[in-house]
Structures are given as C-alpha cells and as structure tokens.
Write a protein that binds this ligand. Sequence first.
Ligand code: 4VN
Length: 320
Amino acid sequence: NFGKISCTARYLPEKVVTNDDLAKILATSDEWIRSRTGIEKRHVVTDENTSDMCIKVAQQLIRKSGINAEQLDFILVATMSPDYTTPSVACQVQGVIGAKQAIAFDISAACSGFVYGLSVAEKFIRTGSQYGLVIGGETFSKLLDWQDRSTAVLFGDGAAGILVEAQDTPSILREKLAADGIRNQSLTAGFQANKSPFFDEKSESSYYLKMIGRDIFDFALRDVVSNIQEVVGEEKESIDYFLLHQANERIIEKISKKLKVPREKFLTNMSNYGNTSAASIPILLDEAVENGKIQLGSNQKIVFTGYGGGLTWGSMLLTL
Ligand SMILES: O=C(O)C1CCN(c2ccc(-c3cc(CO)ccc3Cl)cn2)CC1
C-alpha cells in the first residue's frame, strides 16, 4: 500500500494582530514588515495552547472524512512549540478524540516538520497502517521575545493537518529530506537551562527564539533550491503548484526565479498568517483545497517543501 492525502483541515486562533497593532508596541512599521516579509497580519492565541488547536484540526478531519477515530493507526504532530515535553501533543490529541488504536508521537523538525511527518506517515502505510493523521501546530507567540522587532513580527500561531490513508497506487512519487546539524545555531528556541543543585552556574537559559536571518535566507536560496531541483528534476513544467513553507515573500520570489518557474505556481498566504512554522504548508494546502485551486483525487502534481531550524529541509513530489 501507499499513502494518499484524503482530507485536509486547519484551525487559526480567533485573535488577529495586524502590523499596525505591532507598530504600537514595537519600533517597527506596517511598511517595513510588509515590504521585507510580505506579512500583513497574523493570528495569536489568547487562551489556547498547541494541543487545543491540534485537537480542533483532528476533530475536523474525522468529521469531514467520516472515519471513526478508532480506525486511526497513528497520529503524528509536527511542532517545535508543544504544551509539554511530555505528554506529546500527539498523545493529548489521541486521548481527546478517543483514537485508542493509534500510536502517537511528536516530530521536532521545525519548519520542515510537516514534510518530515508526511514522509514518516508514508512508511507506516507501506508497512500496513490504514489511516493516520499528520498535523502541524505551533504557538510561536510563547517562544518569541516581544521586545525584539527582528523576530516578533515574523511569526504566527496556527495548526492544520491531513488524513493519510492507504491506497494501492503511489501518490508520493519522490522525496528528498535533509538536515545539517553543523548550522544548528542559525535558528534556536526553547533552550531550557539546568537548575539542579549539581549543575555549574555557567548555563544561562535562552528560551526566546533567536534567528540569524541572513544565514537562513542564504540557506533557503542555496540548499533548498537544489533540493527542489533534485526532487522535481525535468518535470518542472508538469508541476501544478509548489507549496513551500511560508517564511518570507521575498524568499519565495527569489526561489521561483532561481528555478525558472512562474511565481504564480508558488501558492502563498504569509500575508494573512505570518510564519506558522510546521503548520504553514498544511494551512496553505487546506486553503487551496477550500478555494478549489487544488482538488484531492484530481491527479494534480504538487510539491511540498519545508526548510528551517535544525537546519532541516526537504521536498516531496505528489500526485493527488
Ligand atoms: O531585513 C530583512 O529583510 C529581514 C531579513 C531576515 N528575514 C527572514 C530571514 C529568514 C526567514 C526564515 C525563517 C524560517 C523559520 O521558520 C525559515 C526560513 C526562512 Cl527564509 C524569515 N525571514 C526577515 C526579513
């Protein structure tokens, strides 16, 4: 058997924060944020955590697909902002929706988490699983230094995911995942300092998200472009849509130029959500399904590409 995407869903927290709202608390402006990132607004949780949003996505997937939660064999949640280190968000979801047969664990691959998760899901399907959920969910608002205008304006909260089910023909045609731990300090968040009586005082906690933007930008233009080329090969023209992690409008423009693929083949929505890390690709996918650009079961060819902290990156070529 092979995995196919048979349902999509998304959940955004109610509160919307515009660039002008941020300009009231930070030395920034709508003009700067919009011109440098393409972001106009983002959603921010006020009383929810990552698990709450992922549970809502899972409940929608079950309702929309008509399957019973007990049919699920696995639940994978890609997140770098879980409620706890344990239990996993996936286990919190599994418990609430009553997916008693499902194994459940989180995937920590930053903004590549959804692509890594879909790749893992495919392996479960190929070895006998029938149904599973892959959900990307983030509450970055708790990781950010809201005094730091270079990062606080870039990110948003949200969750989205897919139901993956077994079929006898392949949907995932090619994939290439990668990581480079040498550059692991280019994007960090959530460091927890040790406070035991036996630990040297040296360690200071750097919980807030820190990013060397220039390094990540360059990485996206170099490694990510060659990764897409490696996965897409000569079939560039036959791809209907490229769904890249929604980090920055200018990055996507530059990548489309480097690949010599028309910009309109790259779906984007960072203007409305900011960078939602592991949730960004499934949010984009669910919107495209909702507005009809993408139809599941249509044999359309799409590419998913994640890239971010780790450093991690990876692309998958699918026929839907
Ligand atoms: O001065 C400017 O123009 C700044 C320059 C720096 N910028 C950046 C840099 C890197 C990212 C980014 C982040 C992640 C993490 O999800 C993944 C992938 C990318 Cl490419 C987003 N924005 C913002 C505008």
